[in-house]
Design a protein around this ligand. Structure first.
Ligand code: THU
Length: 141
């Protein structure tokens, strides 16, 4: 069944989470709101660490929160970010996050919405951001 995606609502959720980003080292705050097939939304923020590589991106935080609560199918994610939480540009997901989303998304349908505000956003399918991707189907899953 096709579900209408309320992009503005998803972006609002992400923007509202920027205050929870933990980014004392880079100062670059990122937040994401992930829409599951059942309509549930999970948010995530970047969580940095004094041991820099131990930090986690906002998108992966959202995916891991959702999967750890039993979710497996996702429709869209809204992402926003900027220095000190000032969103002046589009923040597109890093390569690792694209691959993590690929595990649980239909690349041709899953929408990645990068937003500066509820009115100013761009959207891509995951397939556009991660072409010729490697996924669970390659392993017969
Ligand atoms: N970051 C994200 O959380 N998501 C992105 O899409 C890009 C980068 C975080 C990682 C790090 O905490 C900070 O932004 C600077 O790279």
């Amino acid at each position: 069944m096709e579900m209408r995606i309320d992009k503005r609502a998803l972006i609002e959720r992400a923007l509202g989470e920027l205050k929870h980003a933990y980014a004392p080292y880079s100062g670059f705050r990122v937040a994401a709101a992930l829409l599951c097939e059942d309509g549930t939304v999970y948010t995530g923020v970047n969580v940095e660490n004094a041991s820099y590589p131990a930090g986690n991106c906002a998108e992966r935080t959202a995916v891991f929160k959702a999967v750890s609560e039993g979710q497996r199918r996702f429709l869209a994610i809204a992402v926003c970010g900027g220095m000190d939480g000032n969103v002046t540009d589009y923040c597109t997901p890093c390569g690792i996050c694209r691959q993590v989303m690929r595990e649980f998304a239909d690349p041709e349908r899953f929408l990645v919405i990068v937003a500066k505000s509820v009115d100013e956003y761009r959207e891509y399918t995951l397939a556009q951001l991660l072409p010729e991707s490697f996924g669970p189907d390659m392993l017969g899953r």
